[in-house]
Design a protein around this ligand. Structure first.
Ligand SMILES: Cc1ncc(C[n+]2csc(CCOP(=O)(O)OP(=O)(O)O)c2C)c(N)n1
Ligand SMILES: CC(=O)[C@@H](O)[C@H](O)COP(=O)(O)O
Ligand SMILES: [Mg+2]
Length: 634
């Protein structure tokens, strides 16, 4: 298929586009969709973003905007990573120049950006719940608007989706669920529902085939008997080839499957669904990456992209080695040595670096779909029965498993290894995806061990010790991307002093140690000589050595890219107070009491004064205040 990169924006440039869509001819709708694809390619190739999913829903989004008025009707895209056409059609074209950048337009739904975005999105499988809530509110307020949730086949692997379908179908509340089935999650979709959808997808072919067989038999002498036989056994055939849609059983009227690249065909169903005034599920079939050959062929590679060359499809920057890959490679080695080791992921096999493991040890690899709660509880079961599961989840998605970590894992001291990827600031995905809560919520759980490797070497060492740790759950947290200047391994013991100094003690952990060492260097140039202590174990008591250092110099700064509450800064301050260690000042450098915005990770560090200069400036300001007032400062 040709890449569509020579199209002009005749229709997209129309000022009355939103209203014009409602009455456009089929030809113009097709042309508009081609222009939108071209626009998306041009822009996403320059900013990065979620490409393949957006290319796949162009016609679907145009059809939704033709049939619904999103200023009044509520349209929720599950995850929201596929909402770019929606943004384009709701007056946010200029925003694409700074898509996902600091201060720029979000890549997800964001109500503060537009009244056409009904809620925040980013995490999967919640759209039907929120939509049902909005539908209930509408009914209670005697209002008259439609509520539509667009949920992907990947998002439909998540438990929340079933809780919501169950509740919606039971209630009978008028609600439209559009199932965008592209037979893909980020990677290959998994599970029994995915299989069920595949069977529903072949139904039109089956019906066509049945018609063809009937016609052919009708032409053969004696063929009518065969036709009658087929008709009589229709029920039996149906149950084998045409599974009765489970959605009907759940209280939804099921419509489809319909071609998700045919705007008018979809509009017909949307219209009917609205008139039915009950829960309706419309099964739409789309192709992920549609219209861009590279993305169609390898949708998993073009799900989320950095800047790339449209002609070649190649990224503009070569990807550097990263923690996920180091984790995956080390786990393969460990699994070779220990046949009990299994790997568990929740729909992120490549994101968590487990692709190689999945090929090498398919029997010991479990992708459970977008089901983090289930991943943790299932891993607990495996561990309880003597296996050694390593459950790899992104920090932000692990939030979903908080209860399972307490109930199914920690209370029974289950030796589960958690590999927490994307810990800390993740960058362009922004507030919904930052891993800034795990330190706080894991440290709350009795018996939990939390390690923070700062380099690839430390990740390897700590992973080795983690799989040998049998006395309870143990987690390792590491960031998106690669290591910094610090590449050593000082992972023994609760902490390690990387730099001596007596003016200030700088305390940090993980890759934040890089900025902290940089700050120490800057302070040095200002004649302030600081010690740098790297914490390895965030759940161990602070060592006597560290407390003595702080007592001796009386000035301490704790540097971390997590929220203030529950962070190591707060923990150290409490320990100092409890131990009666007075300080001249203590500075807690973190993301405070805020949701960190989107943007390049380095830009976010700068924003929070968590870069080398910012940390040094914070310490120098504290020194200055101390000098001027002679008093301790807070
Ligand atoms: C709770 C949660 N877990 C994991 C993810 C990561 N994630 C984002 S999109 C996606 C796949 C979604 O697949 P689907 O809903 O079919 O959308 P498609 O990209 O195929 O259009 C995953 C796993 C997430 N956003 N939220
Ligand atoms: C939308 C979503 O949740 C994922 O696609 C996420 O953006 C992946 O993040 P990484 O790029 O860090 O794997
Ligand atoms: Mg999908």
């Amino acid at each position: 298929m040709e890449n569509q990169n020579h199209i002009r924006y005749g229709l997209l440039d129309r000022e009355d586009l939103c209203s014009a869509i409602k009455t456009m001819s089929k030809e113009n709708l097709d042309e508009l969709c081609a222009e939108i694809r071209q626009f998306l390619l041009e822009h996403v190739s320059q900013t990065g973003g979620h490409l393949a999913s957006n290319l796949g829903v162009v016609e679907l989004t145009v059809a939704l905007h033709r049939c619904f008025d999103t200023a009044e009707d509520r349209l929720i895209f599950d995850v929201g990573h596929q909402c770019y056409t929606h943004k384009l059609l709701t007056g946010r074209r200029a925003g694409f120049d700074a898509l996902r950048q600091f201060g720029g337009m979000s890549g997800f739904l964001k109500p503060e950006e537009s009244p056409h975005d009904p809620c925040i999105t980013g995490h999967a499988s919640g759209s039907v719940s929120v939509a049902l809530g909005m539908a209930h509110a509408r009914t209670l307020q005697h209002r008259d608007y439609s509520v539509v949730a667009v949920i992907g086949d990947g998002a439909l692997t998540g438990g929340m989706a079933y809780e919501a379908l169950n509740s919606a179908g039971g209630s009978g509340e008028p609600l439209i669920v559009v199932l965008n089935d592209n037979n893909m999650s980020i990677d290959k979709n998994v599970g029994a529902m995915s299989r069920h959808l595949s069977r529903l997808r072949v139904r039109p072919h089956y019906l066509q085939m049945k018609k063809d067989v009937k016609t052919a038999l009708g032409h053969i002498p004696g063929g009518e008997g065969a036709v009658n036989l087929i008709s009589r056994s229709k029920r039996a055939v149906k149950s084998v080839v045409l599974p009765s849609p489970m959605f009907e059983e759940m209280g939804f009227t099921y419509l489809g499957p319909v071609d998700g690249h045919d705007v008018l065909a979809m509009c017909q169903l949307f219209q009917s669904a609205r008139e039915m005034n009950k829960p309706v599920l419309i099964h739409v079939m789309t192709r992920k990456g549609k219209g861009y050959s590279y993305a169609e062929q390898k949708p998993e590679k073009y799900h989320g992209v950095s800047k790339f060359d449209v002609e070649t499809g190649l990224p503009l920057k070569k990807s550097a080695p990263n923690f996920s890959a180091v984790f995956g490679a080390e786990l393969v080695k460990l699994a070779q040595e220990n046949p009990k080791i299994c790997a568990v992921t929740a729909a992120m096999p490549s994101g968590t670096g487990l692709s190689a493991f999945s090929k090498r040890y398919p029997d010991r690899f479990f992708d459970v779909g977008i089901a983090e709660e289930h991943a943790v509880a299932m891993s607990a079961g495996m561990a309880k029965q003597g296996m050694r599961p390593v459950c790899a989840l992104y920090s932000t998605f692990l939030q979903r498993s908080y209860d399972q970590l307490i109930h199914d894992v920690a209370i029974d001291h289950i030796p589960l290894v958690l590999a927490i990827d994307r810990a800390g600031i993740v960058g362009e995905d922004g507030a919904t995806h930052n891993g800034v809560f795990d330190v706080g919520f894991l440290r709350q759980i009795p018996g939990m061990t939390l390690l923070a490797p700062a380099s690839f070497a430390e990740l390897r060492s700590m992973l080795r010790s983690a799989v040998a740790h049998l006395s309870g759950p143990i987690a390792l947290r590491y960031p998106r991307g690669g290591e910094g200047a610090y590449t050593e391994d000082h992972s023994e013991g609760p902490d390690a002093c990387l730099r001596e100094g007596t003016d200030i003690v700088l305390v940090s952990y993980g890759t934040m140690i890089n900025q902290t060492l940089e700050a120490a260097e800057i302070l040095n140039k200002n004649n302030v000589i600081s010690a740098v202590v790297k914490l390895n174990d965030l759940t161990a008591d602070f060592s006597a050595g560290l407390l003595q250092r702080i007592a001796d110099c009386g000035r301490v700064a704790v540097v971390e890219d997590v929220v203030h509450a529950g962070g190591m800064g707060q923990a150290l301050a409490e320990t100092l107070a409890r131990s009666g260690i007075a300080t001249r000042w203590i500075r807690l450098c973190n993301t405070g009491d805020t949701f960190a915005p989107q943007g390049a990770v380095s830009r976010i560090y700068e924003y929070y004064h968590l870069d080398g200069n910012g940390i040094a400036a914070t310490c120098l300001e504290a020194m200055q205040h101390e000098k001027e007032t002679g008093r301790p400062s807070v």
